[in-house]
Design a protein around this ligand. Structure first.
Ligand code: G6P
Length: 608
């Protein structure tokens, strides 16, 4: 949901800004722009379309002089993608420039107020009110001015601000949208997400909500909402830079799918010790755990699909009720929350606005929160009571793959660990589970290496207009993920249905030639699934089945089959989803789509 960047130093700013924006494009890519101070003017270059257009138009930024600037890549919320609606936005007198990620909920009122004072607006965005509000409240000092202006803003924002009257400094501020400050040698940076500046520095400050940063070439100062100085500690980033680069693969998505064995290993191995599951890192209180009566799982998108599997796992291992909800629904459903409940939030980015809001609501109501999160130092990681990291590494492709499977692995570990600590996990069951978890990365590697058959099947079906996924229980949750993966990158209409529910409506859409992908990986449900498959075949559907290797009967009822090895129930989903991820990828690639940056989507959804 928009990427924000800023540079101040002695080098030419625009090429550095554009380079960083390339790594933020996953946040939005419908338009881009930079503003750079030079020769007593703020020069703005911005345009609709992919960042590459702006790079071509400015010779990779070389045509834009100046060594202090801000940049933006947009995911439109207010106003269509257009040159005018692109950021940065200048104030009416041309003396302030602003880039913004987030949403200003009361922008209409502010616009009306400022219009009454003669201000003119050139865009349809909510963001343009910020630059003009800053001009309106200008009192010479950038920090004081910014604080006076944001006092009137309702909503979320990560801001980078330039002022022509103070051309040797840049201000930044955040509330409910991510922003970090990077410290370099004789140069400093602001950025929405750390990987975008990792080639420049590994020393960053994680900004808190309501804090302002004031950057000069050689100095960075922080202030709280009252304008008082704040001391902040440097966070030293230790990740590998190459993790955020394509490394020879055509798309990040393929690279990230192939990284799943490693992501699973990193997430699982350190948590298995001496034949036990060790999540002592969570510091769960034993008495609290014994008193635990109910769990809520809240997340968005694929993380929600992982959460659905978490419900099965927690109910199986702990024997207490688990509710799983989409974060944007949770808050407004008047959830019943008690202090002996636990709220688990799941998020790759740790910055999803709805998930953050759900977590804060639970905390406000005295409920402990546990976050399964991938990005270290993200808002969710910092605010949750307990954090269980998925060690999947940076994920760039909009369609999540390795973070999703790592989330399932984390949920398996968490549910089995809680059961173990409560004395509910039999030794035999634990040994079986640990053996399966240990074998999982290698098994995933073998399956991913053998991807030609999936590629072949994708070539058979890539020009279909509708593809349905069916499954029962955990296979239904996986169907939801398989279908989402396919539709988000291939743009093929797709739905997932609980297989037994199909005949209550959706089967009316099945016609001769319709493709139905049927998941049948649970022995106890094989016969039922075979019956559901027959129902769609009787209406002329082609069926691609995903089944266990030892299923001798499946080929008799389907057109094609992809086999996966049989594992203990808890672990099976991680392996079953892999061919569906590959299928979505190959179908999208065959259709010539931009696999990593599908239309209308963004990876980090920081608006509600
Ligand atoms: C977006 C992404 C999805 C992701 C969802 C939740 O829609 O495209 O891949 O599952 O947001 O994001 P989170 O960062 O909270 O896991």
């Amino acid at each position: 949901m928009c990427g924000v960047v800023g540079y101040i130093g002695d080098k030419q700013a625009a090429p550095i800004l554009l380079e960083a924006l390339k790594k933020l494009e996953y946040r939005g890519y419908d338009s881009a722009g930079v503003a750079v101070i030079d020769g007593g003017e703020i020069g703005v270059k911005k345009m609709r379309g992919r960042l590459q257009l702006l790079c071509d138009h400015t010779h990779d930024g070389l045509d834009v002089p100046g060594s202090i600037g801000i940049g933006h890549t947009r995911w439109a919320t207010h106003g269509e993608p257009s040159d005018r609606n692109s950021h940065p936005h200048l104030s009416n007198n041309g003396r302030f420039a602003v880039v913004h990620n987030g949403i200003i909920e009361n922008f209409r009122q502010i616009k009306e107020m400022l219009s009454g004072h003669g201000y003119v607006f050139y865009s349809e965005t909510d963001s343009e009110v910020i630059s003009n509000l800053i001009e309106y409240y200008d009192q010479g000092d950038l920090v004081k001015t910014l604080l006076a202006a944001v006092h009137h803003l309702e909503g979320s924002y990560a801001l980078g601000v330039l002022s022509l009257d103070q051309p040797d400094r840049m201000a930044a501020m955040r509330k409910d949208s991510p922003l970090v400050v990077g410290r370099g040698e004789g140069e400093n940076y602001i950025v929405s997400d750390i990987p975008a500046i990792l080639s420049l520095t590994r020393d960053v400050y994680l900004m808190e909500d309501g804090e302002v940063a004031l950057l000069t070439r050689d100095d960075i100062r922080f202030y709280n909402g009252y304008g008082e100085p704040v001391d902040k500690e440097i966070f030293h980033v230790t990740w590998d830079v190459s993790a955020a680069e394509k490394g020879g693969y055509e798309h990040f998505m393929m690279k990230e799918m192939m990284e799943q064995p490693e992501a699973l290993k990193e997430t699982i191995r350190p948590r298995l010790r001496d034949g036990r599951i060790d999540l002592s890192e969570l510091k769960l209180d034993r008495d609290w755990l014994n008193d635990l009566r109910m769990v809520h799982i809240v997340a968005c998108g694929s993380a929600y699909h992982a959460g659905r599997l978490g419900k099965n796992l927690l109910e199986k291992y702990l024997g207490i009720p688990v509710e799983v909800d989409i974060a944007s629904e949770f808050r407004y459903n008047a959830p019943i929350l008690h202090p002996d409940h636990l709220l688990i939030v799941i998020s790759q980015s740790g910055e999803t606005a709805d998930t953050i809001a759900a977590m804060r609501e639970a905390r406000r109501r005295g409920v402990k929160t546990l976050a399964i999160v991938n990005v270290v130092g993200s808002t969710i990681a910092r605010e949750a009571d307990h954090v269980l990291y998925t060690w999947a590494g940076p994920e760039i492709a909009v369609a999540t793959t390795k973070a999703y499977t790592a989330q399932i692995a984390a949920l398996i570990l968490l549910s089995a660990y809680m059961a173990q600590e409560k004395g509910l996990l039999a030794d035999e069951e634990r040994a079986r589970l640990i053996a399966a978890l240990e074998a999982l990365p290698e098994m995933a590697r073998q399956l991913l290496d053998d991807k030609e058959r999936v590629q072949y099947l994708a070539s058979q079906y890539f020009n279909h207009n509708d593809i349905y996924f069916i499954g029962r229980g955990i296979d239904y949750s996986l169907s939801l993920e398989g279908s989402l993966k396919l539709k988000e990158i291939s743009y093929i209409h797709s739905e997932a249905q609980a297989a037994g529910e199909l005949k209550h409506g959706t089967i009316s859409l099945v016609q001769p030639g319709t493709l139905v992908i049927a998941l049948s990986t649970q022995k106890k449900l094989r016969e039922k699934m075979a019956g559901n498959i027959q129902e769609v075949r009787a209406r002329g559907a082609s069926v691609l089945a995903i089944a266990l290797e030892d299923d001798g009967n499946i080929e008799a009822v389907c057109d094609h089959c992809l086999y996966v090895p049989a594992l203990p129930d808890a672990v099976q989903p991680i392996i079953t989803i892999l061919p569906l991820q590959l299928f979505a990828y190959y179908v999208a690639a065959l259709r010539g789509n931009d696999v990593d940056k599908p239309r209308n989507l963004a990876k980090s959804v920081t608006v509600e």
